[in-house]
Ligand binder design. Structure first.
Ligand code: SAM
Length: 282
């Protein structure tokens, strides 16, 4: 083979390697669609906590404690953690004794939810997990006292639309806690991660006030905000009252082992481990 062909082949292999590294390692499949992202999390779910090496005191100081404090005025708050992964946020907030609420954790990776169920077993009576994507939250408007989404917006197909969904299901006066990817890799995530001022502008276009951005870990900013409007509602409510069909938006009725939609023929199984499997409608 002529030397030029060998050089070109070598260059092609290097370029392909770089593209694969960018798409699969840095972007974790986000530009290839939710199926690829989910597949990667399904594969790596068992190793996730080991790789992340969460520091318990940091989890309390930056997440559990401030969230429990913000929610203190509500006696039994209802929290939604979108892209809950292995249940990091529920674990942090349940370890705060003043927190007497419930958490619903939602994720599109069934593998991550399996880990979440295992790792939060001691709090099971105050937790519900839902298998569903963040782009279409299966809940009524203005339901939650707090909505959180940590280290995940950049892996969704349209972070702006997901933010709108997070705010839709938050009650006026409720707390929004989200992360925005920053640092070196953020530049390799166009349209998924945003410069801090652009992220704040994007949130400013939503009905939010009291925006606070703090740097958090190496790669993220932690952004807190409050939903505008006269505070009302809130507190723990039965699942039948807050769930809605992600397809037709009708109410769901609880059956022995599933939630049946009142408006279309769909029903959503409750798996043996308790996870409501909306991404696997029957
Ligand atoms: C880096 S992990 C963060 C998990 C958790 N929030 C934490 O801080 O440990 C990203 C999570 O986002 C989930 N995810 C990615 N795309 C999603 C989507 N479109 N809808 C819901 N969850 C999604 C993944 O399955 C994964 O569990």
């Amino acid at each position: 083979m002529p030397p030029l062909a060998i050089a070109l082949l070598g260059l092609g292999a290097v370029l392909l390697g770089l593209v694969l590294y960018w798409q699969l390692i840095v972007a974790e499949g986000t530009y290839l669609g939710p199926r690829v992202v989910t597949l990667m999390y399904d594969w790596s779910a068992g190793a996730y906590d080991r790789v992340k090496r969460f520091v318990p005191s940091d989890e309390q100081w930056f997440l559990g404690l401030p969230l429990a404090r913000c929610l203190a005025p509500t006696p039994a708050p209802l929290v939604l953690d979108v892209a809950t992964g292995t249940g990091r946020l529920p674990r942090a907030v349940f370890r705060q004794p003043p927190f007497r609420g419930r958490v619903i954790g939602l994720d599109l990776s069934r593998g991550m939810l399996r880990q979440a169920v295992r790792r939060t077993a001691q709090f099971a009576d105050r937790l519900t997990f839902v298998w569903q994507g963040a782009s279409c939250l299966p809940f009524q408007d203005e339901t939650f006292d707090a909505v959180t989404c940590l280290e995940a917006l950049e892996f969704t197909p349209d972070p702006r639309q997901v933010l709108e969904e997070l705010v839709r299901v938050l009650r006026p006066g409720g707390i929004l806690l989200v992360t925005n990817r920053v640092g070196r890799d953020a530049k390799l995530l166009p349209g998924r991660a945003f410069p801090p001022d652009a992220f704040e502008r994007m949130l400013g276009e939503l009905p939010l006030e009291q925006l606070t951005t703090r740097s958090w870990q190496v790669d993220y900013n932690l952004v807190w905000a409050v939903k505008t409007g006269e505070p009302h509602g809130g507190g723990i409510q039965p699942l039948e009252e807050i769930l809605r069909c992600p397809v037709c938006e009708s109410r769901l009725e609880r059956q022995a082992d599933n939630f049946r939609c009142n408006g279309c023929p769909r029903s959503y199984p409750i798996a043996e481990d308790g996870v409501i499997e909306m991404a696997k409608q029957m």
